[in-house]
Design a protein around this ligand. Sequence first.
Ligand code: A2P
Length: 318
Amino acid sequence: MTKKMANIGFGMWKIAPVDCERIIVEAIKAGYRHFDCAADYGNEEAVGAGLKAAIDQGLVTREDLWITSKLWNTCHHPDHVEMACQKSLSDLDLGYLDLYLVHFPIALEFVPFEVRYPAEWLFNPEAEKPEMRRAQVPLQETWGAMEALVDKGLTKQIGVCNYNSGLLHDLMSYANIKPSALQIESHPYLTQEKLIRLAAQYGIAVTAFSPLGALSYFEIDMAKPADNTLTEKNVQGIAVAHNKTPAQIVLRWGIQRGTAIIPKSSNPRRMRENLNIIDFVLSEEEMAAISALNANRRFNDPGEFCEQAFGLFNPIYD
Ligand code: A2P
């Protein structure tokens, strides 16, 4: 039987390597089985140690787990896709991934792993004038190499992140192995109704990253306190009515509209809080009131951060 991805996963972005083992073991004890990882998060070796510790302690088996990783932008060329996947597998200490995703529809010049890993966005961060260097690699070629990973058994499923509707139509026109998953930023300020509806039409499961909204962007100065969905009056009122926290309401809205969610928390109480959202249902009116908060407010936007941080205007959303 094909394994199913749990619709509440655990996001590993911005978890420091030193904290990974403790957090993964705590998260598995809390009930998480789906972990969302990426080469670019710079912590896959530590994640691997955490998964191994949990397995060695008898908390779970590999088969109980759903592990996602992502192909970084510098490895889009077909010559580099398998080595990138193998590197993630070896760091994660796994024989296969459940899902491997193209992290961004952005191809950057390859950086050898021994020069810098993860390569991040800049080609030459030590240079006097560091550059973010685009590579001319069509996404179709990258996808062909992703399909080969499935054929070789390195990953069970493949998918994409941060694609818009146009790219999704294009991908579906040439994919021999169809993407099973689309991962996009989505929360009450960025509801993405059209893209989610299109993915459903194509039979692609959608995972919402940053499902709580701005929270994970405060510390990296990409959001302001006023951007907080959890302090919205509507959300707080609905939380009181259901005797839940505002975070639980926002996350419940996420799964009730059919997306998977991958909140991250370093705190065991909040880890459990974020899982404890299946014992109540939001009414149609409550769902609509939360969706009405949409402001097309995107926190993770290469069109903004690439220019600010890396000196290259590089939008991927219009
Ligand atoms: P913490 O790790 O201290 O719990 P995202 O998953 O969108 O990246 O968001 C993660 C951010 O939201 C982290 O800053 C995390 O902080 C915080 N967070 C996670 N769960 C909750 C919750 N239930 N209530 C409030 N903040 C939360």
